[in-house]
Design a binder for this molecule. Structure first.
Ligand SMILES: Cc1cc2nc3c(=O)[nH]c(=O)nc-3n(C[C@H](O)[C@H](O)[C@H](O)COP(=O)(O)OP(=O)(O)OC[C@H]3O[C@@H](n4cnc5c(N)ncnc54)[C@H](O)[C@@H]3O)c2cc1C
Length: 387
């Protein structure tokens, strides 16, 4: 296999899958480096199996394109729980209070069908491959260092999509990034099976940004918080998570002898770590705001109503010309971070990043209209006024 590619996508979570798919569909030679041996990241290996809504909660779909394609793909062989009959079957009013365009899927089948989709689109998937460094000169990344079973290899690339979730590549080349100030609470999501079937247990409440707290929040599993960026800390976090889920399951088992732990996460369940300081920082207060350079829209999973157009400028830093980020590390303020990190938003930014990477190796000088035309041709709706 040659070590030269048009586009390297680092990280095979939802953002990386979307980016690789979009770039490959534009006919580019794409390699995807994923340190695990499955696709999906948190959404599969991390057992986060709820594909949050593509709609605003009032009956309007706002996220389209690959975000919708992957939602449907995730339930190819059946949904696990919240099957949105009123959306997918054209039944219902789409405005019923408890119905949003979201699904719960099976992590393992989603990972396999996503892999099949990328292979069918000629993406070179490199599993067990950790991007550990990048060399840049003259404001461009020239090569990536990747370690896997073969040792350390250098890959020459024209552009790079950083879909590591942690902005690793941006960090390697010294692009400006910021870390999550308040730190992550411990999570311990897992599955057990019993005579009733396969049960997702969501231990570790979703956190609330400091400035939004009312005092009525669920108590975290433990007081300690985690940056997600330190090897020792992450290992300790995973061990604590294992102990929590074991104890939780033992409690279940005391009353239900058929309860068996069936799946535990194989990557750390960490929400927010490091993000790029892009050319624009989208703020939580900018709901319903028109952006000329919108690359798609997302809703707020936490409440009905808000819709955000996502500016292309939140995906790059102009002095690292051929680097673009996607997923849970784009340029948003601390409060919006908790909204933009979820699965549909990662697919929206992933599709845009992959499409842009297929068009240029200098993102700051890209003709935005060209990108938008491609996105529209591939099903994306850019502006709220177009709904
Ligand atoms: C406890 C918890 C609950 C959540 N609940 C929900 C929910 O209910 N619904 C929802 O929609 N979202 C939820 N989320 C958020 C959502 O799951 C993630 O934010 C989203 O899936 C992130 O996608 P991503 O592709 O940006 O990153 P990730 O899923 O983190 O993918 C990054 C991928 O890159 C790989 N990688 C990382 N570094 C490197 C490297 N240097 N080289 C090669 N590979 C690398 C990783 O192995 C991983 O596969 C939750 C998250 C957590 C932690």
């Amino acid at each position: 296999m040659s070590n030269c590619y048009d586009i390297a996508v680092c990280g095979g979570g939802i953002a990386g899958i979307s980016a690789a798919l979009a770039a490959a569909r534009e006919g580019k030679k794409v390699v995807l480096f994923e340190k695990e041996y499955m696709l999906g990241g948190l959404a599969t290996a991390g057992l986060i199996t709820i594909y949050l809504p593509l709609c605003d909660g009032y009956g309007h779909q706002v996220s389209f394109g690959i975000a919708e394609e992957l939602l449907k793909l995730s339930i190819t062989y059946g949904a696990e729980d919240k099957y949105p009959e009123n959306w997918l079957d054209g039944l219902g009013t789409k405005t019923e209070k408890d119905k949003r365009y979201q699904v719960q899927y099976n992590a393992q089948t989603f990972a396999i069908v996503a892999e099949k989709l990328l292979l069918e689109n000629n993406v070179d998937i490199m599993y067990g491959s950790y991007a550990i460094d990048a060399k840049a000169d003259d404001g461009k990344i020239r090569s990536l260092s990747v370690v896997n079973k073969s040792g350390i290899r250098e890959y020459t690339v024209k552009s790079v999509v950083d879909a590591t979730g942690d902005c690793d590549i941006a960090h390697f080349v010294g692009a400006p990034t910021v870390t999550f100030r308040q730190g992550n609470v411990l999570a311990a999501w897992y599955y057990f099976t019993d005579e009733k079937g396969y049960n997702l247990q969501m231990l570790g409440a979703s956190d609330v940004p400091e400035n939004e707290r009312t005092g009525n929040e669920e108590t975290p599993l433990i007081k300690r918080r985690f940056t997600g960026l330190d090897g020792k800390e992450l290992s300790e976090m995973v061990c604590l998570s294992h102990q929590k889920l074991l104890n939780h399951w033992l409690d279940k088992k005391a009353n239900n002898k058929n309860a068996v732990i069936s799946t535990i996460p194989t990557i750390p369940q960490i929400r927010m770590t490091r993000k790029i300081v892009g050319e624009y920082e989208l703020s939580y207060t900018e709901e319903h705001k028109y952006f000329e350079d919108s690359i798609g829209m997302v809703s707020n999973w936490k409440k009905r109503g808000p819709v955000y157009e996502v500016p292309f400028r939140t995906l790059y830093y102009k002095n690292m010309k051929n680097l673009i980020v996607a997923g849970r590390c784009t340029s948003v303020d601390e409060t919006l971070w908790d909204v933009m990190r979820v699965i549909p938003c990662c697919a929206v930014t992933g599709q845009a990043a992959g499409t842009a990477a297929a068009l240029t190796d200098d993102f700051s000088s890209l003709d935005i209209k060209l990108l938008q035309d491609k996105l529209i041709a591939n099903g994306v709706v850019l502006h709220e006024k177009c709904l």
